[in-house]
Ligand binder design. Structure first.
Ligand SMILES: [Zn+2]
Ligand SMILES: [Zn+2]
Length: 497
């Protein structure tokens, strides 16, 4: 008997998963696996009444297994005996607005307070969790067998695109791979984590680009309904017939998203049935279930999709995955980008060859020698994590340092920065020697929905020192005078800057 089953005997289990919409079969699978148990779900897509009923069942102790998304971590459970956080690395466990919290980290604290075991599960753990497992704070359990024993790991090929002619970003090798699958009646997936037709529309004559008026971002071209959309604030407009600045009628889309790749593939393979799967083609859980059914029913030969397709679905006839446009994350200013990319590519690679058929993954890149790809091709998460952790340690980034960020937003950047400067020069700051404050700077996305955003990073090598500092600092900031339309918040362990 494992420690978990012993603990959970006669007690309640809380199972947290990232986005329940993306795995509609999950609830059913849990019920089938535990036929004697009462299973209830808690997530935002449930109707109010069902949600209340399920919450009460958890609270009263009559539900044995509570399956939920991040908010479910706060469900009272009188017989709680076990917490499981599946795909613990997933960013959706972190609520990044309103009440900011990490459901995974709350789960760890809750388990400790309740004196019950917790399991953090992932094929690509977050580096924080991995470091905890190796530093001896957490125990490490390794699954050496795949759930489906017949399934073999896919072969991963790194394709150097620097000297290859590409058409709409697709190499001849990938086209041939798709052709072979079509001939054998197997499915292919072209993965591109960028929806829309093209990320920007621009005028070559005068340099006009489709910028969002409210954000520091470009408007994305959506060809199907001829709209330009901001993926950050949601505002949209019709595609102009000519350049709004100089009147030139010859304006062009630059770069590519899933719609453009889908269009090109359809031209290349006129007889193939192509399905595009992204947040534009699938907007609700119902549509998503219908889409999955079509894919399973063999109604698609080629899938073009974003990370929506990457998560935990078994497509038995899918034997080829082609990855486009992954390079941007390799040298991103966001030092967490490689970690996210590795997890994403591992997950999408896992779609190929789930059943008895051997899968192949083709990754097109201009940086074929990047260590991330070498680790990926070797299915070597541990090697990748070791390299990343070494870099983080040298740079003094988490998990080797602890961070909190104070953010301020206002109609004028100067007001936001002035407020952050005032917060940085509060007298109590000097008294907390183990906490270091950086200079206030604009956020990476400096403008969102007509507000300018600045941030101030607080960092310490000691978690207790940071925790001792934050409540006092917060109190002092609350007493600061600020312009009427300025809003601020403090976030611990920020994921985005
Ligand atoms: Zn122009
Ligand atoms: Zn916008």
């Amino acid at each position: 008997m494992t420690p978990c089953s012993r603990w959970a005997a006669g007690r309640q289990a809380l199972l947290l998963v990232p986005e329940i919409n993306l795995t509609p079969q999950l609830e059913e699978r849990v019920r089938v696996r535990f036929p004697q148990r009462t299973v209830v779900a808690l997530h935002s897509e449930l109707a109010e009444a069902a949600r209340e009923r399920n919450w009460r069942a958890a609270f009263a102790g009559s539900a044995d297994i509570v399956l939920g998304t991040r908010l479910a971590i706060f469900t009272p459970m009188p017989r709680l005996g076990l917490i499981v956080v599946d795909e613990e690395h997933d960013a959706s466990f972190k609520q990044q607005d309103g009440m900011r919290y990490s459901a995974r980290d709350v789960a760890v604290v809750r388990a400790r307070q309740a004196g019950v075991p917790i399991v953090l599960g992932s094929a690509t753990p977050s580096l924080e969790t991995w470091a905890n497992a190796h530093g001896g704070r957490y125990g490490l359990l390794t699954l050496r067998e795949r759930a489906n024993r017949q399934a073999r790991l896919p072969q991963i090929r790194i394709l150097d695109t620097r000297r290859l002619p590409l058409q709409e970003g697709v190499s001849k090798q990938l086209v041939e791979g798709i052709q072979q699958r079509l001939a054998r009646g197997e499915q292919s997936l072209v993965f591109l984590n960028r929806r829309g037709y093209a990320p920007v529309l621009a005028c070559p004559a005068c340099g006009w680009v489709s910028r969002c008026q409210r954000c520091a971002a470009n408007l994305v071209l959506h060809q199907a309904d001829r709209r330009l959309r901001c993926h950050h604030c949601g505002c949209e407009q019709r595609v102009p017939k000519a350049c709004p600045t100089c009147g030139n009628q010859d304006i062009h889309p630059y770069g590519r998203g899933t719609q453009r790749v889908e269009e090109w593939l359809q031209g290349e393979f006129p007889d193939a049935r192509i399905l595009r799967v992204d947040r534009d083609s699938v907007k609700s859980r119902k549509q998503w279930e219908a889409m999955l059914e079509r894919i399973h029913g063999g109604e698609a030969d080629i899938l073009v999709g974003t990370q929506m397709l990457a998560k935990g679905h078994d497509f038995p006839r899918l034997t080829l995955v082609g990855v486009l446009g992954a390079d941007a994350a390799l040298y991103s200013a966001d030092w967490r980008a490689p970690e996210r990319l590795f997890a994403q590519l591992m997950q999408v690679a896992g779609r190929a060859g789930r059943a008895e058929l051997q899968g192949e993954v083709v990754i097109q890149t201009q940086y074929p020698d990047h260590p991330l790809f070498a680790a990926l091709a070797a299915h070597d998460y541990a090697g990748f994590a070791a390299g990343q952790l070494k870099e983080r340690e040298q740079a003094g980034f988490p998990p080797y340092a602890f961070q909190a960020v104070l953010r301020a937003e206002a109609p004028q950047m100067a007001d936001a920065i002035a407020f952050l400067k005032a917060a940085a020069s509060l007298p109590l700051v000097a008294a907390h020697e183990q906490v270091m404050l950086y200079d206030p700077v604009p956020m990476r996305m400096a403008r969102l929905a007509s507000l300018e955003r600045g941030q101030l990073l607080a960092e310490s090598m000691s978690r207790p020192a940071l925790q001792a500092f934050l409540p006092h600092w917060r109190e002092a900031i609350e007493a600061l005078k600020s312009p009427a339309r300025l809003r601020w918040h403090l976030e611990v362990d920020p994921l985005e800057f």
